[in-house]
Write a new protein. Structure first.
Length: 263
């Protein structure tokens, strides 16, 4: 999962918060503005999510704003992440990888948190690298359900479902009921149709996530027809078609990479 770009020389706001949080239905941090640093830099938190605080782009850039250093590398890395996310949303997965890797070159602290890069690696069929990226993410944020699932999705393509499940990354409890059920389904095996049914009359974002992860579960089993049905359902849902959630864009990119028509 963009804030308008402002003049980077006068404000860090755009460079810090251009990569919007991918899951806007998660809890938001209350709005505040912080003026600091040698040039009176203003920082706004109106777009921050709890997950965003785990991004070294955010932490290092805020620290650099406070201390006046180090040469704008964190700021440039944040811009590279934002460009990568925009390219991914447009379906340019290879282009997104170039930007994500550039961000790591500019600010190596970024690598352990760059889950967007892991998603791009999955769609480039670079599954071993994708799994390694998600394992780094989970080590840094051990309560992230989706990174655990995506690590499994990568490793199921390498080792097969059963062996990938033996390597499954255990994480803390997700506050979202739909993701708790999805996590258990991937971890222990389960019925994707039941997952979708359980959230078919729930909130729009819950139906979207249930459908998306049902489709991804079927893809791990090489059941292309079922995967296609559920991921297209996710794309065509109200949330999937209207939300600016990065995962809503991912569902569309998934269909693009598989040459599936949404109509």
């Amino acid at each position: 999962m963009s804030a308008p770009m402002a003049n980077a020389s006068s404000s860090l706001t755009a460079s810090l918060f251009f990569p919007r949080a991918p899951k806007p239905h998660r809890n938001r941090i209350p709005f505040y503005r912080l003026t600091c640093g040698p040039h009176g830099t203003t920082i706004s938190s109106s777009l921050l999510s709890r997950r965003f605080l785990f991004l070294p782009t955010a932490a290092s850039a805020i620290w650099d704003a406070l201390t006046g250093g180090p040469g704008g590398s964190a700021r440039e890395a944040a811009l590279a992440v934002g460009r990568g996310m925009n390219l991914f949303r447009k379906g340019d997965v290879s282009g997104s990888m170039i930007e994500f890797d550039r961000a790591i070159e500019l600010d190596p602290r970024q690598k352990a948190y760059l889950w967007q890069r892991g998603l791009s690696l999955y769609y480039l069929n670079r599954f071993e690298e994708g799994a390694a990226q998600f394992r780094l993410d989970v080590a840094a944020n051990p309560n992230d359900t989706e990174e655990s699932i995506w690590c499994y999705l990568c490793e199921s393509q390498i080792f097969g479902v059963e062996d990938a499940r033996k390597r499954f990354l255990e994480v803390g409890q997700d506050p979202r009921p739909v993701m708790r059920e999805a996590y258990l389904m991937f971890k222990n095996g389960g019925d994707p149709k039941m997952l979708v049914s359980n959230f078919s009359s729930g909130r729009e974002n819950e139906f979207f996530y249930a459908s998306l992860y049902a489709g991804l579960y079927y893809e791990s089993l090489n059941d292309t027809d079922s995967a296609k049905f559920h991921i297209i359902e996710a794309c065509n849902s109200l949330y999937g078609s209207r939300s600016d959630d990065y995962m809503a864009s991912l569902a569309k990119v998934h269909c693009l990479c598989r040459n599936w028509s949404l109509s």
